[in-house]
Design a binder for this molecule. Structure first.
Ligand code: GTP
Ligand code: MG
Ligand code: ZN
Length: 277
């Protein structure tokens, strides 16, 4: 039988096969071969022994969050509690760009900040929109539905950002647990504990536990520039320009000319530093 893993909780791998749910476990050999089944994986399993025998080829796969076969990521970004951070936003964007995942930025808690602060953030978001990202808020329900249709979409973001809350807005019947942020942040507690995949509008949505630590040490320094899509508009005189200290660097000039957002460039330098040679 074939199916898709929709939830993993301890060793219970819940597989959906044509709408029928099976509680399976992976075969022992996976552990030995260091193969880790993830939510979103298509698998071959035995419906008598309920053992997953094979993971079918993946379109892509991630360890943070642990998911496979993703078309699009919604970066759920709260404006307050937890506080808005451009550095963190760039981190999520870069990670997804480096894996060729389509990105949507979704702002939450716009109702909790002053008009004035909201205007400032919106101004910065115009920049992100101009470089090609869809930016919306968790009130744009129809637009969000349109972006999920026929796709497999993962919601990522810090704990307390409002991922599960948004899923409940999309379909109240899911009735997902949502949490008090002050408690969650203070104690490092996550309300959502397991990745879970839901069918929605001929598409699929994955809720994930929040995280903010992302490591760039798995990437090569020379690849970090591809995480910043606006950089491709500039040609530096040195073909191997690292955009870090070269005098003639067109990226550095664009930052000085306020064409490239300074915080974006600072994020670049930070990730470049973290990446391996
Ligand atoms: N005022 C306001 N509160 C929100 C909004 N979105 C989420 N919240 C609240 O923020 C808290 C955290 O929301 P969750 O949906 O549990 O956050 P999460 O991203 O799923 O968090 P984890 O599961 O821990 O990763 C809850 O108390 C929500 O009610 C919003 O747009 N406005
Ligand atoms: Mg949640
Ligand atoms: Zn350069």
């Amino acid at each position: 039988m074939q199916g898709q893993i929709i939830k993993i909780s301890s060793n219970r791998h819940v597989v959906n096969s044509n709408g029928i749910i099976y509680n399976t476990i992976p075969r022992g050999k996976f552990r030995k071969d260091k193969i880790i089944p993830k939510v979103g994986d298509y698998v071959v399993f035995n419906d008598k022994s309920l053992v997953i025998e094979e993971i079918l080829p993946r379109k892509n796969t991630f360890n943070r969050p642990m998911v496979s076969n993703i078309d699009r990521a919604f970066i759920i970004t709260s404006l307050v509690n937890p506080d808005f951070s451009l550095g963190l936003l760039d981190k999520f964007i870069a990670h997804m760009e480096l894996n060729d995942i389509d990105i949507v930025i979704c702002l939450t808690k716009t109702d909790l900040i002053s008009e004035e602060s909201l205007e400032k953030i919106k101004e910065v978001m115009v920049y992100y929109n101009n470089i090609g990202y869809i930016v919306l808020t968790n009130n744009d329900i129809d637009k969000i539905k349109g972006l999920i249709k026929d796709k497999t979409v993962v919601f990522i973001g810090q704990t307390g950002a409002g991922k599960s809350t948004l899923l409940n807005k999309l379909n109240p019947a899911w009735n997902l647990k949502t949490g008090e942020v002050s408690l969650a942040l203070g104690r490092g507690r996550h309300t959502t504990r397991n990745v879970e995949l839901y069918d929605f509008l001929d598409g699929k949505v994955l809720d994930t536990p929040g995280f903010s630590a992302l490591d760039f040490s798995i990437y090569k320094k020379e690849d970090i520039k591809y995480a910043f899509r606006e950089f491709s508009n500039y040609n530096c005189p040195f073909r191997d320009c690292t955009h870090t200290k070269e005098q003639e660097c067109m990226i550095r000039k664009a930052v000085d000319d306020v064409e490239i957002l300074k915080s974006r460039y600072e994020s670049y330098l930070k990730f470049y530093e973290e990446a391996i040679k």
